[in-house]
Ligand binder design. Structure first.
Ligand code: G6P
Length: 420
């Protein structure tokens, strides 16, 4: 079985492959090919990973290449983890948004639009090559903004795509920790979109423990989100355990103030962490996954990717929270909207569990963000300036059609977006 990692030169790759080594009994991968466009970085990460895997799983052949044909030919699973424009694009977008009084977070903020616009065409192009080189492969997407990118891929490029994010598993693990149980004993009635999730009900070993979670556990926060607390009255009125990214909406002003006060953008922090990681990978004496990987936001990402691959390969009918097309699961969204939702995973893919209607208290936000996301997908696929502008006008954190135009014109210029 062959696994291809698009964006294999990412500093995250050792995490993914050490996870694979841990699951080799369940997933009989015997070949891994790392594909990237950045030769220098690919060499450094590739050589490190080869050393690491020689120790952990010598039977898995690991190689790296700049050649798409070689990497994708005959792949059974393809993982995408690319960052078009690198961290510097993330930095520039964040700063420009902040200068215009808008949250520029790279998934949830207006910068998420820019990231989607420059990423979707690249991934659709990979999908074209996959038709020829690995027509039966499953595509596991980690590339952000994961929900938007996944929707574009499923609808316009690769039907067999499942999108992933580490936030839901992070929430599940926090609950498991609170009750001292295994994460498998925790079920989350999670509804929403990527980085826009509400957990309406939490059961631990089959018992409803939602109230206790809301009383004791702070909303889940990823490492890259500024620490700010909700007023407990609001949190309890809403009655849901919340994905940390919701703070950008529910505490918008406070988050904006906090982001403005930061001396470095998250992109600058990550660039420093990456230098440290690359120096570690370059040292030929090192062959173990480094501690400093935990400073990146993608905790547990290998765990969820490999559990998902195992559930597909072994036809497990296991429930995982993934990004897939709605197909009627959430009654307040269209069938072709990507949603982040518990889904049964087997060898035919992801089958979302029915979620019904969502409560009026968050239905509007959910629908508005989805409108922004779907307009973004349309704009990226059709190259339409008007749809792009309307996407940003619908973004709940942009607020003004004038600002939307200023941001769009900057993104076009900065990233060379081709819009008519
Ligand atoms: C969180 C999110 C991911 C995101 C990551 C960013 O874990 O759930 O979607 O990619 O943070 O991490 P970074 O270290 O790049 O800020």
């Amino acid at each position: 079985m062959k696994l291809c990692v698009i964006g294999g030169g990412s500093t995250y790759t050792p995490e993914l492959l050490s996870g694979l080594a841990g699951k080799k009994a369940e997933i009989p991968v015997n070949e891994v090919v790392l594909l990237d466009i950045d030769e220098e970085r690919l060499n450094v990460v590739g050589e490190f990973v080869i050393r690491m895997m020689k120790k952990l799983a010598p039977e898995i052949k690991v190689s790296y290449t700049l050649d798409r044909e070689e990497a994708l030919s005959g792949a059974d699973f393809v993982v995408t983890q690319i960052r078009v424009g690198h961290q510097i694009a993330r930095h520039d977008d964040t700063v420009f948004c902040l200068q215009n009084g808008v949250i520029g977070q790279e998934t949830t903020g207006a910068a998420g639009f820019a990231k989607a616009m420059r990423t979707i065409p690249v991934l659709l192009d990979y999908a074209k090559d996959m038709e020829r080189l690995c027509p039966d492969a499953w595509l596991i997407n980690f590339t952000n903004p994961s929900g938007i990118v996944t929707e574009a891929l499923i609808r316009f490029g690769w039907k067999k795509t499942i999108g992933l994010c580490n936030a839901p598993i992070g929430m599940q693990k926090s609950v498991a920790h609170q009750f001292g149980v295994d994460e498998k004993d925790v079920e989350l009635d999670y509804v929403g979109l990527n980085h826009l999730g509400w957990v309406r009900n939490i059961s631990v070993k089959g018992e409803d423990r939602t109230k206790e979670v809301l009383e004791k556990l702070a909303p889940y926060n990823a490492t890259n989100i500024p620490e700010l607390d909700y007023d407990p009255t609001f949190y309890h009125a809403l009655g849901c355990y919340l994905n940390g990214y919701l703070k950008y909406y529910y505490l918008e002003e406070e988050m904006l103030e906090s982001l403005k006060k930061q001396t470095k953008t998250r992109a600058q922090v990550v660039m420093e962490v990456e230098e440290e990681l690359l120096a570690y990978y370059r040292d030929e004496n090192n062959d173990e996954k480094p501690e400093s990987l935990s400073k990146r936001g993608g905790a547990y990402y290998s765990h969820i990717a490999l559990s998902l691959i195992s559930a597909i390969y072994n036809d497990k009918n296991e429930v995982h929270i993934v990004n897939t097309l709605n197909n009627g699961a959430i009654k307040d969204l269209s069938d072709d909207a990507s949603v982040e939702i518990p889904s049964v995973i087997n060898k035919t893919g992801a089958h979302p569990l029915t979620a019904g209607h969502v409560d009026l208290s968050f239905r509007g936000l959910l629908q508005q963000v989805k409108a922004y996301e779907q307009l973004t997908v349309e704009a990226a696929v059709n190259g339409s300036y008007d749809r792009a502008l309307l996407a940003l006008c619908n973004h709940p954190l942009v607020h003004s059609a004038k600002k939307a135009k200023v941001l769009l014109d900057f993104f076009i210029e900065r990233h060379g977006l081709q819009l008519k």
